[in-house]
Write a protein that binds this ligand. Structure first.
Ligand code: FBP
Length: 569
């Protein structure tokens, strides 16, 4: 075996030159925790801010213990906790889709819990919690996962813990593993789960009658878990959008080189268009659709198609027969006529779940036509079969339509093609479609996410060692050192219709058309439509001048004076 082949074999199992180097990355820490060599848990005090939603009165009734303990008051780190709790057994789990940086949250927890406490990993998400599939995390584990992408260290799933039987299984796991606390790393639905668990586990769980603490950590590449200045963004968004921006930038670079294609790129983000908006701001394509604007302006599918066809024709008249169209993954649910169709489908699928279970695609369509109102049945019949089938596909365990499976970009291509053929058949319109989603969810975290996540872990562990429960950890003031805060989960809950029922959930933070980021985009997009002004941001950097970049939407919305994040400075 040559030296080269020997060194190639050494690179197997997460040991590429890149992976070896990122483990050694210098990750900035909020000053209140000390420094990497000597980290201390922090204590928290009230900031004076109390959270509420339109349904707070009802939520307070259902979450009596947690609301009594937190008063829905926001907390902030004030200094070192000189009397932290000890001998705690803490379980950590990932919930929902993966997001870059999750491993650093686990590392942050471990580094604060130290040798005085025990950190247990729950395998395969909430399901693993029900099954009691836990193992003790070691220092060697932390060294190997530090700054790496993916959720593979623990695994994840989307089980919603809601039945009495499931709650009893969680209780059993808590007792069997002598747990004192659980950390749920997840998105809006998973943090709703965390709020419900926190209330259920708040007392009478352990033999001495005490409870098990629950702390949430805000994850999702979709970026739809945001709470103003308190939670500027969920983790994973920065890395995922940097990866998509690199890919879109490369495609944009190809368009005036080959001069013949229109690329339709669907970008992940189940409901909100934060990902599409961020990628548009980083790359400046000819067209970027924003679902929230479509809904607000009540744009029909035909109007969306016309708006794209208009740009294609105008550019063609100037001799530009190429371009890029960004399509947010969830747009279909925001087109008014589709919104009401999907709402009715969600209700009907929930009611007729059993009857529809074993039907084939064609049978399902025929069955549902007979159950829908005439107007919706008619609309459904105008859609291509590949869209109909996906609209009827099984919902996830939280009742969500699986929009990542719907080829909306292909639907738009087909419709823009027919529109151009009807109005201006001489305009060349060669197309290619892409879906960027899974490519970005497990990349190694950007420096932003590596730092953000490590500090989120340090915050969550500090909350546990301060005896807190029912909070979500966050880091705010990202442009001025970073401040660890604790957000009461009950202060975020409101009532929404899900799966044909009213449920208390954390509201998804959609992109706002009156936000600074959207207003800036709206100002520039007509100029980007007319000529090629795109930028190619290149691969994300972990070292050097381009490594310290905050997401553009966050910097604009939070009115930062530049793009630099300054955690630890
Ligand atoms: P989370 O909200 O759980 O973070 O997941 C987000 C997401 O990546 C969406 O953007 C996408 O619609 C969905 O997951 C796809 O999920 P799956 O892994 O089940 O295909």
């Amino acid at each position: 075996m040559s030296n080269l082949t020997e060194s190639l074999i050494k690179m197997e199992k997460h040991n590429s030159i890149f992976e070896q180097q990122i483990r050694k990355l210098d990750v900035p820490i909020c000053k209140v925790f000390g420094n990497m060599k000597s980290l201390s848990p922090v204590e928290f005090s009230e900031t004076g801010e109390t959270l509420s939603t339109k349904d707070t009165a009802q939520v307070n009734e259902s979450f009596k213990n947690c609301v009594k303990a937190s008063g829905n008051k926001v907390l902030a780190a004030t200094g070192t906790n000189k009397n932290p709790l000890s001998k705690k057994r803490v379980a950590v789990l990932f919930s929902g889709g993966p997001a870059p940086g999750g491993h650093n949250v686990v590392a942050g927890l471990y580094k604060i819990l130290g040798k005085e406490n025990t950190l247990l990993g729950v395998k395969a998400g909430p399901k693993g919690l029900l099954e009691g599939d836990l193992f003790e995390i070691t220092a060697a584990d932390i060294d190997s996962i530090m700054n790496t992408g993916g959720f593979d260290f623990l695994g994840s799933d989307r089980t919603k813990i809601k039945s009495e039987e499931q709650f009893l299984s969680v209780k059993k796991t808590c007792l069997n593993h002598k747990l004192d606390a659980i950390v749920v790393i997840g998105g809006d639905d998973s943090n709703t789960n965390a709020a419900i668990l926190a209330e259920y586990l708040s007392s009478d769980i352990k033999e001495d009658g005490s409870g098990v603490q629950v702390i949430g950590v805000p994850k999702t590449i979709d970026g739809d878990l945001q709470i103003g200045d308190l939670l500027p963004i969920s983790f994973g968004f920065d890395t995922a959008t940097k990866i998509y921006s690199e890919l879109v930038g490369n495609i944009l670079q190809d368009t005036p080189s080959s001069r013949k294609y229109w690329h339709f790129v669907k970008l992940m983000g189940r409901s909100a268009s934060h990902v599409a908006l961020e990628v548009a701001l980083q790359t400046k394509p000819a067209v970027a659709l924003i679902s929230e604007e479509v809904s607000e302006k009540k744009m029909s599918l035909a109007e969306i198609v016309e708006s794209i066809a208009k740009v294609v024709i105008e550019r063609s008249n100037k001799g530009i027969n190429h371009g890029v169209v960004l399509v947010p993954e969830g747009i279909i649910e925001f087109i008014p006529e589709m919104t009401s169709l999907i709402e009715e489908l969600n209700e009907k699928i929930a009611v007729y779940e059993k009857e529809m279970h074993n039907l084939s695609g064609v049978e399902k369509r025929e069955f549902i036509y007979s159950k829908l109102t005439a107007q919706h049945a008619q609309l459904m019949a105008t859609l291509p079969d590949y869209i109909e089938d996906m609209l009827l596909a099984e919902r996830d365990s939280h009742g969500n339509l699986q929009v990542s499976l719907i080829p909306t970009e292909q639907l738009l291509i087909d419709m823009v093609k027919s529109s151009i053929k009807a109005t201006d058949p001489k305009v060349p319109f060669k197309t290619l479609n892409h879906f960027f989603g899974y490519e970005g969810r497990c990349g190694a975290p950007s420096l932003f996410d590596a730092a953000y996540c490590l500090n989120l872990g340090l915050t969550a562990a500090s909350l546990i060692l301060s005896g807190k429960t029912g909070y979500m950890a966050s880091i705010c003031d990202l442009n001025s050192g970073g401040k660890p805060v604790a957000i009461p989960l009950t202060g975020l809950l409101n009532i929404e219709r899900r799966h044909g029922k009213d449920e208390m959930v954390i509201e998804k933070a959609l992109a706002k058309t009156d936000s600074e980021a959207f207003k800036y985009f709206a100002e520039r997009r007509n100029i980007w439509a007319k000529e090629d002004l795109f930028a190619s941001p290149g691969p994300r950097q972990l070292w050097g001048p381009a490594s310290k970049q905050t997401p553009v939407t966050v910097a604009l919305n939070r009115k930062y004076s530049n793009l630099d994040f300054k955690i630890g400075e």
